[in-house]
Design a protein around this ligand. Structure first.
Ligand SMILES: Cc1ncc(C[n+]2csc(CCOP(=O)(O)OP(=O)(O)O)c2C)c(N)n1
Ligand SMILES: [Mg+2]
Length: 450
């Protein structure tokens, strides 16, 4: 027995030393180093009487007390997480202290970006319907989540998007011509025409290129946020994703890495009610996405995504604290996808027109902000008419320029993967050119960059 105790003490000493050494080596001392628990083996040396109620659990994986009654934790222990909002549906500020008190110019900019996005969506959606582009995804109804969150960030914060966040990029200053160039896959496209439409990316605007496989961006964002923390850069990462993507295994990996590595990262879930045709009541059983935050040890909040000020306030505070305290935040923005999932979807097959109309007519982020502006005397019918005309003109002109522009040189399909093209790719390139020569009539090369 004495020998055994001595062995345990030696082991603890070893562990203690090891832990200490690791701590000393790293310059990345966690800002919230968990309290090391005192290791007491209660009553080990004690004689009778023995009081089991004073025993404390020593398991390294939990900080908790013992109980002596069998009881399962109910899944709804966290349920009905409230939805933070600043404005009611009529655009009236509910509690004056929550009003972010943004200037008239700032609010007008929010409104103009939200409506410009809406106009761009309409024109590109129609353009796909007319066969001019291959695919499109609209952002209808989610404009408040984009603009409210984008405005709360610093321009050098890094953005990882899913695919329905064009407003974030627009807010950062991505020009209409580049949106169009990407969707038309023309020679001006930053991605050189190699991606499906709406898979935008911009190095200059710190917006990582969209990838199609769902949720890949979550672990990538955790990695990027960890790198930014190591650089002491005072930058944050924001990672957007849908409630459907949150069911992917990668979402778990991203949440857990971000929490354990204490990364300055904002996970921003757009809960728009659907993942293509899968409604939320088939997507999960718990109380949405915000309820998962505490499970990962993450600060979490649920906000009204159709209230641009609520989104702004929540993101601003999450951003401030994420960087100041090196910890991730989870924001679940409740909203509604008014459009079809994409141009490959017909949502009338799985939801009613009445349901869609409710959100379009009665709980829309754009009309809510407009009510607010009107109440302040900042916007009226005349301004609206003039802006509608002007914004449509801007979009149409960019659209016409993009359509006229040449396509990228076909060779570009094979570049940029390796610094030097490897023999496999070289062979594929040659075979492509043989094919093009053979079926010349189907390949109008004069429309491609020389
Ligand atoms: C790994 C993976 N599985 C399936 C798909 C097909 N897919 C594309 S979008 C989508 C729905 C995603 O829904 P959600 O995350 O809620 O985003 P939303 O479209 O509502 O904005 C699915 C299933 C995919 N792209 N990647
Ligand atoms: Mg969704």
């Amino acid at each position: 027995m004495i020998l055994k105790m001595a062995a345990v003490r030696r082991m603890m000493k070893l562990y203690g030393l090891g832990f200490h050494a690791i701590r000393q080596q790293t310059s990345l001392r966690a800002s919230r180093v968990p309290q090391q628990r005192a290791f007491h083996v209660n009553g080990a040396q004690r004689q009778q009487p023995f009081d089991s109620s004073v025993e404390k659990p020593q398991f390294p994986g939990a900080s908790a007390e013992f109980v002596d009654q069998l009881e399962f934790i109910k899944p709804n222990v966290i349920s009905g997480i409230p939805i933070y909002r600043v404005m009611d549906r009529q655009g009236q500020i509910i509690r004056p202290t929550e009003d972010p008190q943004l200037s008239k110019d700032t609010v007008l900019n929010f409104y103009q970006k939200m409506t410009l996005l809406n106009t761009m969506d309409r024109i590109l959606y129609e353009s796909q319907r007319q066969g001019r582009i291959s695919f499109y995804m609209t952002n209808y109804g989610e404009e408040g989540t984009h603009i409210g969150s984008a405005a709360a960030l610093n321009p050098n914060d890094l953005v990882f998007g899913q695919y329905r966040e064009a407003g974030v990029l627009m807010f950062r200053g991505f020009p209409l011509d580049l949106f169009m160039a990407q969707c038309y896959a023309n020679a001006d496209d930053l991605g050189k025409g190699r991606q499906m439409p709406v898979h935008y990316g911009s190095r200059d605007l710190n917006f990582v290129t969209i990838s199609s496989p769902l949720a890949t961006q979550l672990p990538q964002a955790a990695g990027a946020a960890y790198a930014l923390k190591r650089e002491n850069s005072n930058r944050a990462v924001i990672c957007y994703f849908g409630e459907g993507a949150a069911s992917e295994g990668d979402a778990h990996a991203g949440f857990n890495f971000a929490a354990t590595l204490e990364c300055p990262l904002i996970f921003f879930c757009r809960n728009n009610g659907y993942a293509i045709s899968t409604p939320t009541n088939e997507q999960y059983r718990g109380d949405g996405i915000a309820a998962r935050g505490p499970g990962y040890g993450m600060m979490s909040i649920r906000v009204d995504g159709n209230d641009v000020f609520a989104v702004y306030n929540a993101t601003k505070e999450a951003r401030r604290r994420a960087v100041a305290e090196n910890q991730p935040f989870l924001i679940e923005a409740m909203t509604y996808r008014i459009g079809h999932h994409s141009t490959s979807d017909d949502s009338s097959a799985y939801r009613s027109v009445d349901e869609v109309n409710y959100w379009d007519k009665q709980d829309h982020p754009i009309s809510r902000l407009r009510h607010y502006m009107t109440a302040h005397g900042w916007w009226g019918e005349d301004e609206e008419r003039a802006w509608r005309k002007q914004s449509r003109k801007l979009v149409m002109e960019a659209f016409e320029r993009a359509e006229r522009r040449l396509k990228p040189h076909p060779d570009l399909m094979f570049t940029d993967v390796y610094e030097e093209m490897n023999p496999g790719l070289q062979k594929q390139k040659e075979s492509m050119w043989r094919h093009i020569q053979q079926y010349k009539e189907h390949y109008p090369l004069d429309l491609y960059d020389k």
